[in-house]
Design a binder for this molecule. Structure first.
Ligand SMILES: NC(=O)c1ccc[n+]([C@@H]2O[C@H](COP(=O)([O-])OP(=O)(O)OC[C@H]3O[C@@H](n4cnc5c(N)ncnc54)[C@H](OP(=O)(O)O)[C@@H]3O)[C@@H](O)[C@H]2O)c1
Length: 227
């Protein structure tokens, strides 16, 4: 059992929190507007959940999930996250986030930006390539035949092992894609991005994706400039 800190408690943060509580973890939720605005979600989640500020959620978590619009990544409190494993769900949508030249020219990746902002933390990219409703729907216990695989990337093997175990507890198999620099393989608009988990492009029909199929999609991924 783990205490999961959430910086961001929207579509993905709320879904990870629901899966985490269902798996027996405790969660500390946070957002930009303040803990009082998370009362409904805390009430729904029950005694394993509480709401706090981002700094408090960061300090409380054994594992912390950063799940906010990328444009706000510099707001993530670095001090209380020092020494911790941080899962980064963030994706780059220029229409929402504004332009990041270093992402546009592909000289870095989103999770490397967060890692640079959190030099004392061990960032693992995860939960980026699945629509939140599919994330909720496709969770299956270990050993289920229709279990779904999700990619992770990170520079620290022990941190990736921690995140793999966390994903396993939530109902997913982790596929290690390599270091953070390889995270582009499941960024927006690649073959391994969210449409992979929608049956025949129908987003109302989530479809399980096993590790073999995910690996094939990751291997076929092309950088924006090459696609
Ligand atoms: N939606 C998906 O299916 C999906 C799938 C995979 C990855 N992602 C990525 O995951 C990230 C989160 O997506 P989402 O759909 O969950 O977004 P969302 O529903 O808009 O939720 C964003 C959350 O971040 C909080 N937030 C915003 N600025 C913040 C700040 N400066 N400090 C602390 N919290 C802040 C928001 O709080 P307030 O409401 O109080 O501002 C809200 O709780 C995005 O980068 C997205 O691209 C999304």
């Amino acid at each position: 059992m783990t205490t999961v800190g959430l910086i961001g408690s929207g579509n993905i943060g709320g879904t990870v929190a629901r899966l985490a509580v269902a798996a027996g973890h405790d969660v500390v939720l946070s957002n930009s507007r303040g803990p009082e605005t998370l009362k409904d979600l805390v009430d729904e989640l029950g005694p394993r959940a509480r709401a706090a500020t981002p700094a408090e959620a960061a300090a409380a978590g054994d594992l912390v999930v950063v799940t906010i619009p990328l444009r706000a990544y510099r707001d993530v409190p670095a001090g209380p996250l020092a020494g911790k494993v941080v899962i980064d769900t963030n994706n780059y949508y220029p229409d929402r986030d504004g332009r990041f030249p270093e992402l546009d020219d592909e000289s870095t990746t989103t999770s490397e930006l967060l890692q640079r902002h959190l030099p004392g933390s061990r960032v693992v990219k995860g939960f980026n390539n699945i629509y939140f409703e599919h994330l909720r729907a496709l969770a299956r216990p270990s050993g289920a035949e229709d279990r779904t695989a999700l990619p992770i990337a990170g520079d620290d093997p022990a941190a990736k092992a921690t995140v793999s175990a966390f994903l396993d507890s939530l109902g997913y198999e982790a596929v290690d894609v390599g270091p953070l620099a390889e995270g582009w393989r499941f960024q927006r608009d690649t073959t391994a991005y969210a449409g992979l988990y929608a049956a025949d492009g129908d987003w109302t029909r989530p479809v399980p994706v096993d590790a073999e199929r995910l690996r094939a999609a990751l291997a076929a991924a092309r950088r924006y400039a090459d696609s």
